[in-house]
Design a protein around this ligand. Structure first.
Ligand SMILES: Cc1cc2nc3c(=O)[nH]c(=O)nc-3n(C[C@H](O)[C@H](O)[C@H](O)COP(=O)(O)OP(=O)(O)OC[C@H]3O[C@@H](n4cnc5c(N)ncnc54)[C@H](O)[C@@H]3O)c2cc1C
Length: 477
């Protein structure tokens, strides 16, 4: 397997492929990590994926600087800002919902990338930074990547995780659709300044600055010295020290501006996620505004899905891989669309109404894949997972700190309520559980990505399907 691109998505791809026992080489043109600490919000679904890979503790340890920075803040300046109320959804009985065995965390991209890179190398991936791919070619059996030094690297499949401008997507002539550019360009200013005294009583994730001369969002990168100011408008040539002192509302004697980067909120989704043996993932497949903090998280879900599908393809079962576009394009479009219609004013609180998905639907992989056998549609404006076909199995705690999500991955699993005996000859590892979303006598079949492929009460039906369709239950095209 070949992965091109060593950002968050490419590095996770290498880890997932190793988890499925596949040999993998990753080629990245940069020599180091992301120069800007762009993405920071790692959502619950991504943490579940890291949990499956055995990395959740490591990531949480690396994220310790921003532990507790859950709140949003707003004010004319940072000095005048106050924390906004913490949003914690409750169920009908008023109990706080616990949707995942893993809490989300905040960790700057330039801290997370090295953690993933080291883990990938430790796990046996060949990770080669400083290696640019200049050409990609494929035939019926293999893909060949040519590097800047003229070296040729061959593999059975290639994951293009080469970012929003994706030279591979461009070379393949794959077009993109979506709402295009949204709003004005923005400027991210990455700076250091000792703000410990100012923020001591308000550990925030993002602080909305409302001063007319310095409107924007101040993001905590380490909550003490490292900050990113997201300024409105695309003018990179402003007097940044002055703007930052205005935004903070205090002199900054030790201020250092490290980089100034323009970016544009856009929604563009590739019209094809696959061209033969080449699979697009991450920003190469979809770009979306950062307001739902979903870009990297969606890309990580792409490669989590590709892991088991590529492993099946290498065993000769290409059915699952044939469903990659149908499933992940739909999921990417949904998330990009939701990210495009969200408010950016933190004082409006948690967005709702007008078809906006419940934030946990985005954060917990609540998207329903278009699988055959769907009898009930998963709602999106409320978070109400019920073990429907095409959705991630709802999280419930089992014995010894295990979750229902731990039952599958990298293998399939048959999760059964009531007696396991009738299910024992279906050809899947059987796990007996006692959970509220399964009546006794009902079973759900989990794919290796913890998505429910089948639900029913008749073991014969499951056996017949498994025989007729392999174990993949090929997705709708
Ligand atoms: C301001 C901002 C805030 C954000 N916040 C969040 C957030 O909180 N949560 C979230 O989930 N997302 C967030 N995002 C989005 C997130 O940053 C991206 O979606 C994510 O980084 C994309 O990862 P990637 O690995 O797909 O692409 P990239 O990080 O762009 O990586 C692609 C890699 O491919 C390499 N490459 C390209 N061409 C070649 C080649 N020919 N040969 C070899 N290597 C090549 C590049 O050097 C690069 O390292 C944010 C984005 C912005 C702009």
């Amino acid at each position: 397997m070949l992965v091109v691109g060593g950002g968050l998505v490419g590095l996770t791809a290498a880890l997932v492929l190793r988890h499925h026992g596949l040999a993998v080489t990753l080629l990245e043109r940069r020599t180091g990590s992301s120069p800007q600490p762009k993405a920071r919000r790692v959502n619950m679904r991504t943490m579940e994926i890291f949990r499956e890979l055995g990395l959740a503790e490591l990531v949480r340890a690396a994220a310790r600087e921003l532990a507790g920075h859950d709140r949003m803040a707003a004010g004319r300046t940072l000095a005048e800002a106050g924390l906004l109320p913490l949003w914690r959804p409750v169920d009908e009985s008023g109990t706080v919902i616990e949707p995942s065995p893993e809490l989300p965390c905040l960790i700057a991209q330039d801290l997370l990338e090295p953690v993933l890179r080291e883990a990938a190398v430790r796990g046996g991936a060949r990770v080669r930074f400083g290696t640019e791919v200049t050409e990609v070619a494929q035939d019926a059996e293999t893909v060949t990547a040519t590097t800047h030094s003229g070296e040729q690297v061959r593999a059975r499949y290639l994951i293009a995780a080469d970012g929003a401008r994706s030279p591979i997507r461009e070379a393949l002539g794959i077009t993109r659709s979506g709402r295009g550019a949204l709003g004005e360009p923005n400027v991210n200013v990455y700076f250091t300044a000792d703000l410990r005294e100012l923020v001591r009583d308000k550990p925030f994730n993002l602080c909305q600055i409302e001063h007319p001369q310095a409107r924007g969002g101040l993001c905590s990168v380490d909550g003490r010295h490292r900050w990113v100011f997201m300024a409105e408008g695309g003018d990179t040539g402003r007097d940044w020290p002055r703007v930052l002192e205005t935004a903070v509302g205090a002199p900054l004697p030790d201020l250092e501006v490290h980089s100034v980067l323009t970016w544009q909120a856009e929604m563009r989704v590739a019209d094809r996620y696959r061209a033969g043996r080449i699979l697009l993932a991450g920003d190469a497949a979809h770009v979306m505004p950062p307001f739902a903090a979903s870009g990297a998280n969606t890309g990580i879900a792409d490669v989590h899905d590709l892991g088991w599908k590529l492993a099946a393809a290498l065993r000769g079962d290409t059915g699952p891989l044939d469903g990659y576009h149908a499933e992940r394009h739909a999921a990417g479009w949904f998330t990009a669309e939701q990210s495009s219609i969200r408010t950016v004013n933190l004082r409006d609180g948690v967005p709702g109404g007008d078809g906006l998905a419940h934030p946990y639907v985005l954060a917990c992989g609540g998207f329903q894949y278009p699988l055959p056998g769907i009898t009930e549609t998963e709602p999106i404006t409320e978070f109400a997972p019920a073990g429907r076909v095409g959705t991630r199995i709802p999280h419930r705690w089992l014995a010894e700190g295990r979750s229902t999500l731990d039952l599958a991955g990298p293998d399939w699993a048959l999760v059964v309520a009531g007696s396991p005996i009738p299910w024992q000859d279906c050809g899947f590892p059987v796990h007996q559980v006692d959970v509220d979303f399964l009546e006794p006598g009902t079973a759900v079949l989990l794919r290796p990505d913890q998505v429910i492929a089948w639900r029913g009460t008749d073991p014969r039906q499951l056996t017949e399907l498994a025989v007729a369709d392999g174990v993949c239950f090929t997705t709708a095209q």
